[in-house]
Design a protein around this ligand. Sequence first.
Ligand SMILES: [Zn+2]
Length: 58
Amino acid sequence: MVDCKCPECDGDVDIPDDALDGEIVSCPDCGEEFEISFNEKKELSLKKAEVVAEDWGE
Ligand SMILES: [Zn+2]
């Protein structure tokens, strides 16, 4: 388990060790959902998950 800070409320978000790029996690504090992404150094970051109901414009 990896601890990551919530970008919204700075709360602790638990990331599973086997988390995959693109996996969705939610913050226990604010309930916001975030998508896990890894950069080229395999560092984990969270970006806010968009609501998928919308058209992505492709
Ligand atoms: Zn939060």
